[in-house]
Write a protein that binds this ligand. Structure first.
Ligand SMILES: [Zn+2]
Ligand SMILES: [Zn+2]
Length: 916
């Protein structure tokens, strides 16, 4: 099949992807051999392909395709994550457009709606990944909520419970009042914000004339204050310790306590203590046995029931009940001011926590939740990295990993949403009625002392009372709980499957740094716990894809580039090559259109080279290509050189990919293909192809094909489509390039002497070309050349004379070992060899002198104009600084140009004088 003149990526890409799928080439080979496995970082079902996915999956695909060609049985497991809160939010928003609320729909219907949505829209991202060319084994596709994975989640939960690594307790947790759920610490985004510091007078209970002043950033939570704390060594407050305060507004009596935690330098040094709504205060509350009053409901509105339950009274309760926390703040500040309790308000910068899903301000909230006792799991997870059983690449990320793992807190795994794995715990209505409160929606609210029955399957009856009325815990598990099991749950765990035996531990994980803790750390902990082995050996952390200016892509900035648009415009191979070429370890990618266009040119360059090879090798028998041709003993100079360079390229490419240096991989191949194969070898081969010596011509044709074959094989992992298209067009029907062995070089191929000689030849050709350009010699004009130097060098150059003729348009070459320097010639020196180009061959001397003089005059005029401008005080005063700067730069450029032209002119005159 003849390759068409131009490469059209659109048809080619869909054609070959379908071919690979229908031939089952993505599945692990059914033969013995070492295995290589990876699990995809499962994209959210709500997702659509963005640059981060494109980079992440391109790099994974490069590894998989390389390993597959290199003889491994490769399994790359694809799939998606149910993404609890994110997906629930998407469906809730859609319902809201139809004016339907989640509550009105009820749990069962709502979850059904999400499933329907998932079936319709949840595969979008997987289709987009296919367009990228990823070679995942789609028969292994998994979803974190499919049956098998749900079973794995229940199994893991129950085992953690049985091993006492899981507990249910009332704790202060991060609460999102919009999503109405608990969040883990790492799901809270901390950002600096402008706030205020209110100084409030807290009077003594038995003498309202005396007061101390507390400073707070959250005056509204004073309705939940149960103490005031000062530092035990703070002299200002010595006499207050042990006394009682009567809180403004609520009138509650609270003690003044002394705790060394108090920072004497912050505010006034006296702190209001609200154990129900502040993490530090909670700790102090624990130490002093203080009441923890939860003053808000789940929406962060003032909840009167807490006050009423304490027997508190007063019309303030009615005044504040139901008020949102920000409204409550305004009212409280106004009331304090009115009653003379507000001393002053200062501006204050503070760190605020926001929900990572909806950016609502987090409320520390007291609720019963499920926690994983994490320290016993974290310790071995640190050891495996310390001992090198898991390598984190680049290594710098290990430090972040250790820092985080050392300070890890118990993992809150329950979420108060509906979409996710419902917690496999049940409560007996008969035994536990006091702790189970049935809500209006039929859902139970479980008190902090409710007694869970944890089981793999719903129990049919209570083991203590025999009752059959059991309700399941309404909470679902944190999304990261199931993704933490991903490397083994996707292989069939808890079943001891063949896949699990063959492919666990997986070989490598490729991911972004943003989920190092959310996900990578959890997989390590869970893998060690449940599989007693690491989940992967290498973790490669790649950087971010930014815009051309290096800014983060974001919708609000409007600088988001859609990978699908790029693939459509430039072709997927050019796009993938760009990502790989720019994926330098630890450095963000600044994605620029001209870089992608540049690599599209590279694809075209390869295409044209292939066309040249195809035209010249059309009727060679297939058996003569490849390794056989390369192993030939009797090769010409150019052939031995390109084979030596190929050996170098293969070795470098393998080393680069094995070390996750994707950019080096791409750049080595670019260099070899374009600047060695196309620029030199193809040009040199033309001579041999047209040789009257048929053996020489034949040898050259075989080598062209053999080298091109290896180039295609080396490039295939990065540019799968165009390489397959060329591969299939070159031979009579052959097997996919995907399953060909990855190139290996042979010991006899590298040839240092040939490489040195070729460098000499290339330098000489370049020198002649440069002299021609310098002297403005017309490209088509043939010139004579005189080489002067050592006998040995001259002998080599004489052998290569045909190459000079074709590569540098030399009509005749003369070789002089010594004697006089030729006069009237342009000269260059390569090592100890001098090169002379007689001038009259190059140009008409008088014409050239006239041309140069005219050019100098023209530029001098322009320079004068710029200098006049710069000499004008008025211009300097009025023009913008960058305009002035540009004019100055112009002047410098003109000056340089004039200097260069004068130098050429001088050289001409010199040469002419020498001749006369
Ligand atoms: Zn939220
Ligand atoms: Zn019971």
């Amino acid at each position: 099949m003849q390759l068409p003149k131009t490469y059209s990526h659109k048809d080619v890409e869909t054609k070959w992807y379908a071919y690979w799928m229908s031939h089952g080439l993505f599945a692990p080979a059914d033969r013995p051999g070492p295995s290589f496995s990876m699990v995809i970082p499962p994209p959210n079902v709500t997702g659509s392909l963005h640059m981060g996915h494109a980079l992440n999956n391109t790099l994974q695909d490069i590894l998989c395709r390389y390993k597959r060609m290199d003889g491994y049985r490769v399994l790359w497991v694809p799939g998606t994550d149910h993404a609890g809160i994110a997906t629930q939010n998407v469906v809730e928003r859609q319902l809201a457009q139809k004016k339907v609320s989640r509550a009105a729909l009820g749990r069962k219907k709502f979850v059904e709606t999400v499933w329907n949505w998932k079936r319709e829209a949840g595969d979008t991202i997987l289709h987009q990944l296919k367009a990228l060319g990823v070679s995942c084994d789609w028969s292994h596709e998994r979803f974190t909520m499919d049956e098998g994975l749900s079973r794995a989640v229940r199994e893991a939960f129950v085992r953690l419970w049985e091993d006492r690594l899981l507990y249910r307790a009332q704790r202060l947790i991060n609460w999102c009042p919009r999503c109405k759920t608990a969040l883990a610490d790492i799901e809270v985004l901390h950002e600096e914000a402008d706030g205020s510091l209110w100084h409030i007078r807290y009077p003594l209970a038995d003498d309202s004339a005396q007061y101390l002043v507390v400073a707070t950033t959250r005056p509204e939570t004073m309705l939940g204050d149960t103490a005031v704390a000062v530092h035990p060594e703070d002299e200002r407050y010595e006499k207050w310790i042990g006394k009682n305060i009567r809180l403004p507004i609520s009138g509650r009596i609270v003690p003044v306590i002394a705790d060394p935690y108090v920072d004497r330098a912050f505010g006034t040094g006296a702190l209001k203590i609200t154990p129900g709504h502040d993490f530090n205060d909670f700790e102090i509350g624990e130490r002093f046995g203080l009441d923890k009053i939860s003053i808000f409901d789940a929406d962060a509105r003032i909840d009167a029931s807490a006050f009423l339950a304490r027997g508190e009274t007063g019309d303030w309760i009615a005044r504040y009940r139901g008020k949102d926390r920000s409204e409550a703040r305004k009212l409280i500040v106004a009331e304090l001011e009115q009653q003379g309790f507000l001393e002053k308000t200062e501006r204050h910068k503070l760190s605020m926590g926001y929900c990572y899903r909806c950016h609502t301000i987090i409320e520390p909230y007291l609720t019963p939740q499920w926690f994983v006792d994490i320290k016993p799991l974290a310790k071995p997870a640190m050891t495996v990295v310390q001992e090198g059983k898991i390598r984190i690449i680049p290594e710098a990320w290990s430090n972040s990993y250790f820092a985080w793992m050392e300070n890890i807190k118990d993992w809150c795994v329950s979420r108060q949403i509906w979409w996710g794995h419902q917690i496999p715990a049940w409560y007996c209505v008969g035994c536990d009625r006091a702790n189970l409160i049935e809500g209006a929606d039929g859902e139970y609210w479980l008190g902090k002392d409710a007694k869970p029955i944890v089981a793999r399957q719903a129990p049919s009856q209570c083991s203590s009372c025999g009752g059959s009325e059991l309700i399941q815990d309404p909470d679902v598990l944190d999304t990261w709980f199931s993704s933490g099991l991903w490397p083994f749950s996707t292989l069939g765990w808890p079943e001891q499957t063949k896949d699990l035996k063959s492919f666990y531990p997986t070989s490598a994980l490729v991911t972004g740094f943003d989920i190092l803790f959310f996900w990578v750390a959890r997989m390590i902990m869970m893998g060690l716990k449940f599989m007693s082995d690491v989940p992967f050996h290498d973790v490669y952390i790649h950087a971010l894809v930014r815009d051309e200016q290096g800014q983060k892509m974001s919708k609000s900035k409007g600088n988001v580039v859609d990978p699908l648009d790029v693939m459509h415009q430039y072709g997927t191979d050019a796009f993938r090559f760009t990502l790989a070429a720019m994926a330098a370890m630890g450095r963000d990618i600044k994605l620029a259109a001209d870089r992608i266009a540049g690599y599209q040119n590279f694809v075209n360059k390869l295409w044209n080279a292939a066309r040249f090879v195809q035209m010249n090798t059309a009727n060679l028998p297939t058996a003569d290509f490849g390794r056989n041709a390369l192993r030939e003993r009797d090769l010409g100079f150019a052939e031995r050189w390109i084979r030596s360079r190929l050996a170098f390229t293969i070795a470098e490419a393998r080393a680069a990919i094995d070390a996750f240096r994707f950019n080096d991989y791409a750049n080595i191949l670019y260099q070899f293909t374009w600047h060695e194969f196309c620029d030199w070898y193809i040009e040199m081969s033309k001579l041999a192809l047209s040789s009257a010596d048929l053996v020489v011509a034949e040898r050259s044709r075989k080598l062209l094909r053999a080298i091109l074959d290896d180039i295609l094989l080396l490039l295939h992992p990065v540019m799968p489509f165009v390489t397959e298209e060329i591969w299939q067009s070159l031979g009579s029907p052959r097997e996919s390039i995907m399953v060909q062995p990855y190139p290996v070089s042979e010991e006899s191929w590298p040839d240092a002497q040939i490489e040195r000689q070729m460098t000499f030849l290339m330098d000489a050709v370049r020198a002649i070309r440069n002299l021609r350009t310098e002297m403005n010699c017309p490209p088509g004009k043939e010139v004579n050349v005189i080489f002067r130097g050592a006998a040995e060098d001259l002998r080599f150059l004489r052998e290569q004379e045909p190459y000079f003729r074709s590569l540098a348009r030399v009509s005749a070459a003369e070789f002089r070992e010594g004697g006089e320097r030729p006069k009237g010639a342009a000269t260059a020196v390569i090592g100890t060899t001098e090169i002379y180009l007689p001038l009259e061959d190059l140009i008409n001397l008088n014409e050239e002198r006239a041309r140069l003089s005219k050019e100098v005059g023209k530029i001098e005029d322009e320079l004068a104009r710029v200098q006049r401008k710069l000499g004008n005080a008025d211009f300097i005063a009025k023009a913008k600084s960058d305009v002035v700067h540009r004019e100055r730069e112009k002047a410098t450029q003109f000056e340089e140009k004039i200097r260069a032209l004068r130098a050429s002119l001088g050289k001409l005159q010199e040469i002419q004088a020498e001749r006369n």
